[in-house]
Design a binder for this molecule. Structure first.
Ligand SMILES: *[C@@H]1O[C@H](CO)[C@@H](O)[C@H](O)[C@H]1NC(C)=O
Ligand SMILES: *[C@@H]1O[C@H](CO)[C@@H](O)[C@H](O)[C@H]1NC(C)=O
Ligand SMILES: *[C@@H]1O[C@H](CO)[C@@H](O)[C@H](O)[C@H]1NC(C)=O
Ligand SMILES: *[C@@H]1O[C@H](CO)[C@@H](O)[C@H](O)[C@H]1NC(C)=O
Ligand SMILES: *[C@@H]1O[C@H](CO)[C@@H](O)[C@H](O)[C@H]1NC(C)=O
Length: 299
């Protein structure tokens, strides 16, 4: 019986990794396929059993439509590797995904789309299917959000930041603190349109900040502290309507001059310590703003 279950789980996982995955794979099958990739999944996620209601599973919270909304499998000591090529596929109702502080290894597969169905592999070639997806969401009154938050921190993912990694455009919080990323930030990355809080603190990122990482009109805070970034600090785009916004990039090795920055208490700019080669001083207001109340929870 156990062998049959494992086989089924593996075949569900196999299906999740190809573009032929049917859009109607059940939420239970998707989560059981995730569970099956962990060495200690049977122990840590013992309550995740087929034939029982996913909404009753520990670490899974459902929305009003009885589909998974928040999946919080962080700080559980889970041991396993993100499946290479396509990554894990989660129910497309998931808005919050917490995977931090486990023993998850990587690297992050460039093809990891996180959601099944039209948001999955079928979307890889271009924007046409994104449009289809948006139409589908509009038609479904109970599901309009998409993935909002992805927490990966404190795992040893390793590898580089994949240039081709296309996150759902709905992602607003992307938390990748201390995940052993090394090498440069990719110059061609497709920045998620709604990204507001992006934390890449405590990695081993090198090279300069490419144009594709200089923000968007929705960006509130970018944290690049404790890396090995070099070059001059470019001009960023932030959502200046927020109660505070800005860049914190201490303990790197930038050069050039301190970028022009609004000298306002809500405009965060953290460069020093680190970067002895940067000339000029950070405005008093921006420097004082570099640890605003509320930032700790945000990033
Ligand atoms: C779960 O049960 C359903 C219905 O019996 C079955 O179709 C599915 O393959 C099972 N999934 C797993 C992962 O065992
Ligand atoms: C989301 O998943 C459900 C259940 O598997 C499926 O019926 C639906 O088509 C999917 N929606 C999208 C937009 O992929
Ligand atoms: C980084 O994550 C590792 C586990 O992957 C942990 O042992 C270490 O304490 C973390 N370091 C920081 C500074 O958070
Ligand atoms: C990562 O681990 C460190 C050390 O335990 C902790 O201070 C930090 O808050 C963790 N980061 C996140 C985002 O969980
Ligand atoms: C910082 O960069 C300078 C060159 O701009 C280099 O000489 C120095 O060794 C670097 N420091 C560190 C800690 O990498």
């Amino acid at each position: 019986m156990k062998a049959v279950l494992v086989l089924l789980a593996l075949s569900a996982l196999g299906a999740a990794q190809t573009s032929a995955q049917p859009a109607d794979t059940s939420d239970a099958d998707l989560l059981l396929a995730v569970k099956a990739t962990f060495e200690n999944g049977d122990t840590v996620l013992a309550g995740w059993r087929n034939g029982t209601d996913v909404c009753s599973w520990r670490y899974v919270s459902c929305g009003a439509d009885n589909r998974p909304d928040s999946i919080q499998i962080d700080e559980l000591g889970l041991i396993g590797q993100i499946p290479q090529s396509a990554g894990w596929v989660f129910p497309n109702s998931t808005t919050e995904l917490k995977l931090g502080k486990n023993r998850i290894t990587g690297p992050i597969p460039p093809g990891w789309r996180l959601h099944q169905g039209k948001m999955g592999a079928a979307c890889a070639p271009g924007l046409r299917c994104m449009n289809g997806l948006m139409r589908n969401y509009r038609r479904s009154p109970s599901r309009t959000a998409g993935l909002l938050s992805l927490y990966l921190s404190n795992n040893s993912l390793g590898g580089t930041f994949p240039a081709d990694w296309r996150l759902p455009s709905t992602v607003g919080n992307l938390i990748m603190e201390n995940v052993s990323l090394s090498g440069p930030l990719p110059s061609g990355w497709s920045w998620p349109a709604n990204l507001a809080s992006f934390n890449l603190r405590t990695n081993r990122l090198t090279g300069s900040i490419p144009e594709s990482f200089t923000g968007s009109p929705g960006l509130q805070i970018l944290n690049l502290d404790d890396n090995q970034l070099t070059g001059s600090i470019p001009v960023f785009t932030f959502d200046t309507a927020k109660e505070f916004y800005g860049l914190t990039a201490t303990n790197n090795n930038f050069s050039g001059s301190v970028p022009a920055w609004p000298d306002a208490p809500k405009a965060v700019l953290g460069i020093f310590p680190g970067s002895p080669g940067v000339c000029g001083a950070v405005g008093a207001a921006a420097a004082a703003a570099s640890e605003p109340a509320g930032m700790a929870e945000l990033v």
